[in-house]
Ligand binder design. Structure first.
Ligand code: GLU
Length: 446
């Protein structure tokens, strides 16, 4: 029997990282076993479900690369459910019960619960036994067309040939009810794996709080990369038994084993996710970097005198290197550090000097560097700039030579290395900035 798994979200909110992680584990387990992964939108609760949420969920899963082999919506399946409900009614496994509410009489459909002990084996938690007597004759449908959650899940899992139900541990207590329904229907039982919930660092339920995000659309908006989220989500409750922290989906498929998922809660660490995202950002192409940077660059930089799309493009890899999450570029503190890409820096000339170097010495170095850089043919890459000045810097002392160069180009305490900056600015602008520094040092000396 080949493996079929499903993610069965209720569209009552945008795709949550917890649901995405459950989807990932289902996807991995299915693909690992050359099986199928199904998306089933559980929208029987018409009051709380909404179509835009269903769309957000599907879009988010596709963006993460968790593309389902088949898709279903429970609201399209009423005919199937009523066939099963009728059968169970005919067999007297369920019955219509008139309930006396306050003032109104309504009827519901209840299961005849034999009240036995129900045991099942869980791939992560081993054997679990429940006494189901206390559940009583629980309600399984509102009427012949409207199954409630437990009945719809059991019918769908059976109809769709689901072999493995992998879901959050908050569903453990639902499992005995669903098994009772399977027994009433005389259908086979899937394997169960209840995975640990994702917890906030204080071990509370991971929920949206000030400045934090839990929705995949928000992560995407902030410039997290799908590969980073996938790698990080895999590590929430599972580990490969090695130090590996960055995975492609294919690598996860080959390494994942549902039996290696831990029982205890998985603590969500934003720092770790950000670190992983930073790693992936460091490996994007220049075109990708340009697209990402354009979306997150503070708008007011466009007012700076040297701003151009071309400069943004050439600076984009260096700009991305400065953050782990692209949306960090949007806040003013890190925004300030980007101005030197688009404007001649202003600074105190004394700061051009490395440690106890004097201004005369610094000026002499800058003059040599200016000549070396202007002697390069065409617009150089960082490597070419480095080649042109490396021997000189090594001979005279790297700090004394490279600090003034970097500072002349950026006026910033911290920035990318001077070779990259020079390549980004281009030969002409680099030489201008060095000349400007030289003239400032001249004023200082006179
Ligand atoms: N629709 C349920 C939920 O959103 C999941 C049902 C299941 O996985 O069995 O939590």
């Amino acid at each position: 029997m080949s493996v079929v798994t499903r993610i069965a979200p209720s569209p009552t909110g945008p795709l949550h990282i917890g649901t995405a992680r459950t989807a990932l584990f289902n996807y991995l387990h299915a693909k690992k076993n050359s099986g199928k992964f199904i998306l089933r939108i559980e929208d029987t609760d018409t009051e709380r479900s909404s179509e835009p949420y269903a769309e957000d969920i599907e879009k988010g899963l596709n963006w993460l690369g968790l593309v389902p082999n088949e898709k279903y919506k429970q609201s399209d399946r009423k005919d199937i459910y009523s066939k099963y409900i009728q059968k169970l009614l005919d067999e007297d496994s369920i019955y219509i019960s008139d309930e006396k509410g306050e003032g109104s009489n309504e009827s519901v459909i209840r299961l005849r619960n034999p009240g036995e002990n129900v045991s099942f084996n869980d791939s992560i938690r081993d054997d679990i036994t429940f006494n189901t007597a206390e559940l009583g004759d629980f309600v399984v449908a509102r009427d012949k067309e409207s199954p409630l959650y437990h009945l719809a899940v059991v019918i769908d899992d059976h109809e769709m040939g689901i072999t493995d139900v992998i879901r959050g541990e908050d569903h453990i207590s639902n499992t005995p009810r669903q098994i009772l329904i399977q027994k009433a229907l005389g259908i086979s039982r899937p394997r169960y794996a209840h995975i640990p919930l994702i917890l906030a660092p204080d071990r509370s339920k991971l929920s949206k709080r000030e400045g934090d995000t839990t929705s995949i659309a928000d992560f995407r908006e902030r410039g997290y990369l799908p590969q980073a989220l996938v790698s990080y989500m895999a590590l929430l409750g599972w580990n490969p038994g090695t130090d590996q922290e960055l995975f492609t989906l294919e690598e996860l498929v080959s390494q994942f084993d549902i039996r290696n998922v831990q029982k205890g809660g998985a603590i969500f660490s934003k720092e770790k996710l950000d670190w992983i995202n930073g790693k992936y950002l460091g490996s994007v192409t220049q075109n990708e970097a340009y697209e990402i940077v354009r979306q997150h660059l503070p708008a007011d930089l466009a007012n700076l005198p040297q701003y151009s799309e071309e400069r943004v493009r050439s600076a984009s890899v260096a700009i991305l290197e400065r953050v782990d999450v692209p949306s960090m570029l949007e806040n003013p503190t890190s925004g300030e550090e980007l101005t030197y890409f688009f404007d001649t820096p202003s600074y105190n000339p004394a700061d051009l000097n490395w440690r106890d170097s004097g201004s005369l010495e610094t000026k002499a170095h800058l003059e040599v560097l200016r000549d070396l850089i202007s002697g390069i043919q065409g617009d150089p890459t960082a490597d070419i700039v480095k080649k042109a000045i490396w021997n000189y810097a090594t001979e005279k002392g790297r700090g004394t030579v490279l600090w003034p160069l970097r500072f002349a180009l950026t006026g910033a305490e911290r920035s990318p290395d001077p070779f990259s900056i020079s390549a980004i600015l281009g030969k002409e602008e680099s030489v201008k900035r060095i000349d400007h520094a030289i003239s400032q040092l001249e004023n200082r000396n006179s």
